[in-house]
Design a binder for this molecule. Structure first.
Ligand SMILES: [Mg+2]
Length: 166
């Protein structure tokens, strides 16, 4: 387990993520972020493209589970539309709730991936539970704070690029 939150894989968006990325690594359980990962904050309906992506992942034998820090009903709405289980108020990067989900389901962190758009919540949580971490680019910066947060993460994004994109 690495404490340092450099993601294992970085992609522009979830649609660049195919099941083989996980199947090759023995991963069959995916903790999926909502806000700015599968939909922008301003959208509360699953797009046809998102629905198709989830279907492809499920058909490949991957179980997706929504793990969101959102305190409202957005995680529930997307979970319903996509046919997934969910937890909101997950308090990422704290690992307590993520670990509870894994232990309730009897899943080993080594068979788990975390997909999200933020280093300091999603990637940290994933690293600290010992899961494989995939960082996607945030879908949109709807306010200045999101942009600022993105730049605070920049050293880790840059480290990834140095390490893997030579
Ligand atoms: Mg997010």
């Amino acid at each position: 387990m690495s404490f340092w939150p450099v993601p294992d894989v970085m992609k522009d968006n979830i649609y660049q993520i195919a099941p083989r990325m996980f199947k090759n690594r023995g991963i069959n359980f995916i903790l999926l972020d909502v806000d700015n990962t599968i939909a922008p904050y301003t959208v509360s309906e699953a797009s046809p493209r998102l629905i198709a992506w989830v279907k492809t992942m499920k058909e490949a034998g991957l179980e997706l589970f929504i793990l969101s820090n959102n305190k409202g009903n957005r995680p529930a709405v997307f979970a319903e539309e996509l046919g997934l289980e969910y937890v909101n108020k997950a308090w990422k990067p704290f690992t307590k709730i993520a670990k509870e989900v894994l232990s309730e389901k009897g899943i080993n962190p080594a068979n788990t991936a975390v997909i999200g758009d933020q280093i300091y919540t999603d990637t940290c949580c994933g690293k600290w539970i010992g899961a494989f971490t995939v960082l996607v680019h945030p879908i949109e910066f709807s306010n200045i704070w999101l942009k600022l947060r993105y730049w605070l993460e920049f050293p880790f994004r840059l480290t990834y690029k140095w390490r893997f994109e030579k």
